[in-house]
Design a protein around this ligand. Structure first.
Ligand code: CO
Length: 149
């Protein structure tokens, strides 16, 4: 495994649309392992592939309950609302209040290509929304209601 360099706000790769993953091969597994290690190194709860310069629809999340890998994720259900502080490893030192659904269900593939559904609430729902948006070239900054000091 290896720590990869995190791309920072302003880097054009963060604003591009990511491609659907079609090969569930060794290369993908290495990317997933590296992303998880990189995220942990920086004490993040989620990381999307474009944040390490890879334009693929790949996300890793760990809100404290273990590793979650989402390949080609798609939010299929959402309900409720939560407003809370949010940050991003690509926007260091900046925190802002963002409103998100309180519960989301995501459909995704695992590292071997098998489809599954996952429902998360509160922080996990927030992380799923935040990371999935990275894959469409969006940063949370666009959603901030109020920046926090
Ligand atoms: Co982020």
């Amino acid at each position: 495994m290896a720590i990869r360099e995190i791309r920072i706000k302003g880097d054009e790769i963060l604003y591009k649309n990511c491609k659907t993953v079609k090969s569930f091969d060794k290369k993908l597994h290495i990317l997933l392992d590296d992303m998880y290690e990189t995220m942990q190194q920086h004490n993040g709860v989620g990381l999307a592939a474009p944040q390490v310069g890879i334009l693929k629809r790949v996300v890793v999340i760990d809100t404290g309950d273990g590793k979650i890998e989402l390949i080609n994720p798609e939010i299929v259900e959402q309900s409720g609302e939560q407003t809370g502080s949010e940050g991003c490893l690509s926007v260091p030192g900046v925190w802002g209040e963002v409103t998100r659904p309180n519960v989301v269900t995501v459909k995704a593939q695992d590292r071997d290509g098998k489809w599954f559904k996952l429902t998360g609430e509160e922080l996990l729902a927030r992380a799923i929304c935040h990371e999935t948006e990275h894959l469409d070239g969006k940063l949370f900054l666009d959603r901030v209601i109020k920046f926090l000091e």
